[in-house]
Design a protein around this ligand. Structure first.
Ligand code: F6P
Length: 341
């Protein structure tokens, strides 16, 4: 039985019992700082509970290829503070095919793996859903993505670190922007989600922030710059999520065209946001979820993702994790504009 305060936020999708003592663990999709802390927590919890643990390298692709090795407690020593993932990661196209799924299942059987811990983002859980439509194997997920775009958890592992990285970089950009009286367009990551942009925009006092969830006409952006220009504002920092229609490049081009007198520069922060040592918040989140996920798997609370909502561990069925849109505080965009005036 799980502790009573570990709730399920909707009906448990499936209750499955592990048929063997062996647990497989993988990281999949884009890496996120804190994935290693989650691996460490899951491996040590499983070993503590008398299970054998098998690391699956390179996500679902490694599962298909049988890139699987047994892990001991020392394999996860000194990794809590390391970025990346010791299990490596991949985005597997083959896993989307029937042959790929079959090969993956055969490899799990070959290694006598009776349960899975899956760490990743929406692609990981879409893949899981797809796999479990065909094959039955108990699994619990852990949200690991810098994008924070999953239903079922207020935070995802890596988000806090990525925002801190973006904030540090944008603060530095502001120094040079002020020195030269320049307008900077800073593109941050977030393919479909604007959380990194929104939060780094607030934290850096950005003049404007553009996110995919709230489409802006470029005309709106230009009008706001025009207003700032009239007020003789000399420095502008515009934070743009990569997923905002056309990203930073489109915004810069439009600004240069309308305001040729402005000295405009574009900076794409890119994969810097994915690396580095995880923040304390990501280490704690990863440790709690790694521990909870293994306990849930062994209690038979499966085909769910472990998450944290309002500070509590909760479990959400995989099919719900990938279905909905995560709410974003678009009212905060107005706040950004007011506070930077
Ligand atoms: O999903 C995390 C993420 O970093 C997104 O923000 C970004 O769009 C994407 O991964 C980049 O993926 P890749 O590293 O495969 O180019």
């Amino acid at each position: 039985m799980l502790p009573a305060k570990w709730r399920s936020i909707s009906q448990i999708h499936q209750q499955l019992t592990m048929e063997t003592n062996n647990i497989g663990i993988l990281t999949s999709g884009g890496d996120a700082p804190g994935m290693n802390a989650a691996i460490r927590a899951a491996v040590r919890t499983a070993l503590h509970l008398g299970k054998r643990v098998f690391g699956i390298r390179r996500g679902y692709q490694g599962m298909i290829e049988g890139d699987i090795f047994e892990m001991q407690t020392t394999d996860v020593s000194n990794i809590i503070g390391r970025g990346g993932t010791i299990l490596k990661t991949a985005r597997s196209k083959e896993f989307m095919t029937d042959e790929g799924l079959q090969k993956a299942y055969d490899q799990l059987k070959k290694h006598n793996i009776g349960g899975l811990i899956l760490i990743g983002g929406d692609g990981t859980f879409r893949g899981a859903n797809h796999f479990f439509e065909k094959f039955t194997i108990p699994a619990v997920g852990i949200p690991g993505t810098i994008d924070k775009d999953l239903i079922g958890s207020d935070f995802t592992i890596g988000f806090d670190t990525a925002v801190n990285t973006a904030v540090e970089a944008i603060d530095k950009i502001r120094d040079t922007a002020e020195a030269h009286d320049r307008l900077f367009v800073v593109e941050v990551m977030g393919r479909d989600a604007g959380y990194i942009a929104l939060n780094s925009g607030i934290a850096c006092g950005a003049e404007d922030t553009l996110i995919p969830e709230q489409p802006n006409t470029i005309e709106d952006v230009l009008q706001r710059i025009d207003r700032d220009e009239r007020r003789k504002k000399t420095v502008h920092i515009l934070v743009v999520a990569e997923g905002d229609d056309g990203g930073g490049k489109r915004v810069s081009s439009a600004i240069i065209e309308r305001f040729p007198q402005l000295d405009v520069r574009t900076c794409v922060l890119g994969h810097i946001q994915r690396g580095g040592s995880p923040s304390y918040a990501d280490r704690v989140l990863a440790s709690r979820l790694g521990y909870a996920a293994v306990n849930a798997l062994l209690a038979g609370n499966t085909q769910v993702m472990a998450g944290i909502i309002n500070g509590e561990v909760v479990f959400t069925p995989f099919c719900n994790v990938v279905k909905g849109e995560t709410p974003i505080g678009t009212d905060m965009l107005d706040m950004i504009r007011v506070l930077s005036s």
